[in-house]
Design a protein around this ligand. Structure first.
Ligand code: KE4
Length: 429
């Protein structure tokens, strides 16, 4: 496979951009080799600058529920751009977007738009701190909530993959207020709560995690988390930046049947453009400036282009809820194909799947939290990644991520992927 142009561009990029990329996980650091530069995407495929075509299971790390550049989002953007790009003043489309979000997510009484998942999660934690007057918050090992200082404490995703669990530049002061619990371990939560009585503002969790690979909160665990937060006056924040509109129309809140106090969103709600959102209980959200004293702002928050793409994406979901049956069927088909392959090869790697996000871990032990996830053989994953890439299948360039199926993936694409999976495993084992 000729990737000369990608190599040239990567060498050029490294002169001007740290590591040649604008987000670390794109650099292929944990799988080895150099990143491919992508020229264009369409449906389930994208093409690199050397003309190689791939079935894409990253979908821009989650946003592309409908595959690349679906017509209904493209035309919404082309229409919006005729009127201008950004005004820095309120527009009607922002009301339509907020209204639709509150209609689609029962726990959302009010919502504020931002420009990334990180902005959404950091704003939600600030809202909880301002609302409760408390300073500490609980997060879970292996969960990634973006790169705000106080999250980069044994984070998952890029930080975990880069093997730097606590990032330089995070001050002791910041770290001091971050309490770390173990995912699916209610005792670790109870211990922190009793040791920090009445000092905890929030508990933030990926209710269906995708940043230590895919791991679901167990029913009893998340139910008890909800009870503890209610009893202790702790704001329960569901970080649904990845799971929102991915695992179900109502997100993880629908799948788990638990109502959070605040939720954060991103990825899919931007239709491929930079959008994040945080929202939830009105009594908390109305404390956000300018209706309340908790400051939060953004030059391009709610900008017309991102709202046009996001509103088109959410409207499509709202008008076509059957897509989740389609996604479930396709994702189960892929998972079963992988399982059949492993049976033939005498392997039993752990696979976790919720809806159209799934992960195959290079460990044969069940993966239920950070500790069991990191037992995966990341070197073997790197070899698998490149074998699949050479067979035209683009997976996450890191073990601790998710594989995303879109509505654009056809049975033929899935069959090709299952075949490539068998050949790749055979080649590395
Ligand atoms: P962004 O700031 O990257 O838009 O969102 C941060 C974030 C927050 N919460 C969850 C649950 C997330 O998954 C993310 C971002 N996800 C990673 C992929 N695992 C983004 C990929 C990247 O860092 O380039």
């Amino acid at each position: 496979m000729n990737i000369n142009r990608s190599e040239e561009l990567f060498n050029e990029a490294k002169k001007y951009i740290p590591g040649g990329v604008n987000s670390p996980v794109r650099a292929f650091k944990s799988v080895g080799g150099n990143p491919l530069f992508i020229e264009s995407g369409r449906g389930a495929y994208f093409t690199d600058v050397d003309g190689n075509e791939y079935i894409d299971y990253i979908g821009s790390w989650g946003p592309h529920l409908f595959g690349h550049n679906p017509d209904f989002i493209k035309s919404a953007l082309l229409q919006a751009i005729e009127k201008g790009t950004s005004f820095g003043a309120p527009t009607e489309m922002e009301i339509k977007m907020a209204k639709l979000l509150t209609e689609m997510i029962p726990s959302l009484e009010m919502v504020r738009m931002v420009n990334s998942g990180t902005e959404a999660t950091m704003s939600a934690v600030r809202a909880a701190r301002g609302f409760t007057g408390r300073e500490k918050f609980i997060k879970f090992e292996g969960c990634y909530h973006g790169h705000a200082d106080y999250f980069l404490i044994k984070a998952g995703s890029g930080a975990l993959t880069l093997g730097v669990p606590t990032s330089p530049g995070v001050t002791k002061g910041n770290a001091a207020d971050t309490l770390m619990a173990d995912y699916n371990d209610i005792e670790s939560v109870k211990e922190l709560v009793s040791k920090n009585k009445s000092e905890i503002a929030a508990l933030i969790i990926e209710p269906i995690a995708g940043n230590m690979g895919v791991v679901k909160a167990e029913d009893n665990f998340i139910k008890e988390v909800r009870e503890i937060c209610s009893n202790e006056g702790i704001v329960l924040i569901f970080d649904e930046v990845m799971s929102g509109f991915r695992v179900a129309k109502g997100g993880a809140e629908e799948v788990l049947g638990i109502t959070p106090d605040l939720s954060t969103f991103g990825k899919i709600i931007g239709g491929g453009l930079p959008v994040g959102a945080f929202g939830g209980k009105k009594e908390i959200m109305e404390k956000i400036a300018p209706s309340g004293p908790i400051y939060q702002a953004g030059t391009l928050s709610g900008n017309p282009l991102a709202m046009a793409a996001g509103f088109a994406a959410l409207s499509y979901i709202n008008n076509n809820p059957h897509i989740y049956d389609d996604l479930e069927q396709k994702s189960a088909y892929l998972e079963n194909g992988f399982a059949e392959n492993m049976k033939k090869l005498g392997k039993n790697y752990s696979m976790n799947r919720i809806g159209s996000m799934q992960c195959m871990f290079f460990t044969e032990e069940p993966v239920v939290d950070f500790k069991t996830a990191v037992k995966s053989d990341t070197v073997l994953y790197g070899k698998y990644f490149h074998e699949m890439l050479n067979r035209g299948v683009y997976l996450a360039p890191a073990q601790f991520e998710a594989l995303f199926v879109s509505t654009a993936h056809t049975t033929d694409d899935l069959d090709k992927t299952i075949k490539a999976h068998y050949e790749s495993l055979k080649a590395i084992l």
